[in-house]
Design a protein around this ligand. Structure first.
Ligand code: SF4
Length: 247
């Protein structure tokens, strides 16, 4: 991604207005009524259960320092974490700093990134990213959101992951899983990742914020799946009010 910012996933728009025909007197809307966002006590209970089941959640991307985390997240755009890990398994041991990564050269990186898709853009971005880290940040990954988002290939979600995982800040990165799960349960309802992020920031108690996005990603990836949520093994079926619930 030249910044590969993700467009909003095509999740159901809970707040979308019904079609005009549905508003005419005498005509009933067939659209299912969407539940409103969970109340504070429910939100607390949901995260209490996630924490009890997995007190120290981790993402699936492999990395060895803030720089390799940043590269891994940039490479993960439009592909799977498992695919990125396959590529970085041989890469990070020999290129764990911007200088070493640049020394490999763009052509070498392009070959390595081929399995990931968008490999031309990703190779260019990684090279430009390393050059900027060296030129503007002494080869270090910056700790400020504005500086992170100014780097090639780095958007808000990537910055949130790095701030959270590498630097321990309670940011909430909204990827496709967090977006879907949050709208589905629903926790925070929004038509864009930013709306969901702002909504989650407001409703998640401070004590859960540090790990909130990991719990939601893992819940969405392994249980509350996009096409067929596995509600029979869900931790929160009694708290979920999704019309897609299957228990
Ligand atoms: S009950 Fe089903 S739809 Fe609701 S959160 Fe759990 S897995 Fe998702």
């Amino acid at each position: 991604m030249v910044q590969m910012k993700r467009t909003a996933p095509r999740a159901r728009r809970a707040s979308a207005a019904p079609p005009e025909t549905a508003l005419k007197p005498g005509r009933k809307s067939r659209a299912p009524r969407r539940p409103s966002a969970a109340d504070p006590a429910t939100v607390r209970e949901i995260f209490t259960r996630f924490r009890a089941a997995n007190p120290h959640p981790k993402g699936d991307l492999d990395f060895i320092n803030p720089f390799t985390l940043l590269i891994a997240v940039v490479l993960s755009a439009q592909t799977t974490d498992a695919g990125v890990n396959k590529v970085t398994r041989d890469l990070f041991p020999i290129a764990d700093t911007p200088h070493k990564m640049l020394a490999l050269g763009e052509a070498d990186l392009r070959e390595r990134f081929k399995p990931l898709g968008f490999f031309n853009t990703k190779a260019k971005n990684v090279v430009a990213l390393c050059e900027q880290l060296i030129a503007k940040h002494g080869g270090q990954v910056p700790r400020r959101r504005e500086e992170l988002e100014a780097l090639p290939g780095v958007g808000r979600k990537t910055a949130n992951v790095v701030l959270n995982v590498a630097f321990g800040q309670p940011t909430i990165a909204v990827d496709t899983h967090v977006f879907r799960v949050s709208n589905r349960i629903p926790l925070a309802i929004g038509a864009t990742p930013l709306e969901v992020e702002i909504g989650l920031e407001k409703i998640i108690p401070e004590e859960f914020k540090r790990h909130a996005h990991h719990w939601l990603i893992l819940h969405g990836r392994y249980t509350c799946k996009a096409r067929r949520p596995e509600c029979e093994r869900c931790l929160i079926p009694d708290l979920c009010r999704s019309p897609e619930k299957r228990v």
